[in-house]
Design a protein around this ligand. Sequence first.
Ligand code: DTR
Ligand code: ZN
Ligand code: ZN
Length: 495
Amino acid sequence: MSTWGRRSGLVFSLAAALASVSIPALAADSLPGQLVQKVNVTSVNRHLVALQRIADNSLGTRAASTVGHAKSAEYIAGKLEAAGFDVTRQEFPFTYTQTIAQKATVDGTDVPVIAMTYSPNTPEGGITAPLAVIPADDTPGCEATDYADVTGKIVLVQRGACTFAQKQQVAAKAGAVGALIYNNTDGNLNGTLGDPASGKIPTGGITKAAGEKYSTSYNGVPVTLDLRQLQEERTTYNVIAETRTGRKDNVVMAGAHLDSVPDGPGINDNGTGSATLLEVALRLGSAPKINNAVRFGWWSAEEFGLIGSTYYVDSLSFEQQLDLALYLNFDMIGSPNAAYFAYDGDNSDSVGAGPGPFGSAQIEKTLTDYLTSRGIATEGTDFDGRSDYGEFISVGIPAGGLYTGAEKIKTDAQVAKWGGTAGVAYDACYHQACDNLGNIDRVALDNNADAVAFAIGTYAVSTQTVNGVTPTSATAKKPARLHTLKAASTEAPAA
Ligand code: DTR
Ligand code: ZN
Ligand code: ZN
């Protein structure tokens, strides 16, 4: 057979294959379908560029209470106001912290350590004390009996079973003067003690590898721990915007934290969620023909312990909370080594926390069905309390959302599903200065932005599956339909 013959054979088989390929698409005449079409990653990326420039002009950060946060908030509020949204700035107090020093040596060797947020300070230059290795039982360092002879010592405790705050509190009561908590999974341990009052002794996080190494034969060796943070009472604000149309007693709420950590510009965490919600709001418009009002929240001080979203939920009366049909959360949706996680509303993974309030399982299904229809497999992520849905579910509001991963390591099986690099964190720049415009998977961001648009559009039409509320006939809109077209979609196929 000639070369030409082989080539034309290949062309023919490709054409035949293409003709039979089915690409799922959304009914273009539905509100969710229209919103998905209108939200594109180029516009989302433009907002990310804006947030990067704001950080660059603001000492490299957009942390709560800094000028970088205020400029970010005004960028978002200004665009929403110009589009006719009702915009509220909700101010609240919080304790700002920023790391000044984080250094540990064990038996003279430097060990990378991350000061836990709200850890008490050591004196300048640190404290030196013998290491006390605490047994890694089922509840490592959670109970007083775990700490036999720790007076004046720095304890080495495994992560898990109880909070970091509890471990260092029980250790402090037993007489320990410092705590090193080591991870129980790969990746850095960047934790928080929750609030300033909980911090009892200087506490830092180290890796699993380091912790396991020093748990072996290092009991009693000298440890120097230098952990210092600035702590200051400050104020910051949430930005809330709502459509002028749609019923106000069955509101669809979607939120993203806008603040970054002090150490970086936070373009993936959480420029991605913030920029996506802004673009969805602008494309939806302030007065769309919808059944349920849509309210957007850009939270501040998430990085200091979910403070803005908690303040917001707690500022609502019981009746005002009842007016919220559901809450959608988007925190890190364009990680550079992305996974496709949806919050495990039905607890089908049976890990960690239980299911969310009724309706959370249905929200998970809406998001995962959409991504599946685009050929993208998803996994669950536990409602472990690490993002702004926390206070919503704790008062009974059904919630869901998407997440592409932070410091944990991508597995071989996940690479087989989604591509990327096994053995590397989903976001190797998590909470660092390198979380910049180079730290984004724009295909993942594009796919997730469409899923966000789809979910918001779907629930603006009807929340019936979540809470039984049906559209009134006067305002009834076509529900979303996922159907299959022959290779004619304008949507990019899944990566
Ligand atoms: N709260 C995020 C990181 C994070 C960790 N686990 C999850 C799960 C779901 C959403 C977000 C996260 C941060 O802002 O650091
Ligand atoms: Zn973060
Ligand atoms: Zn975040």
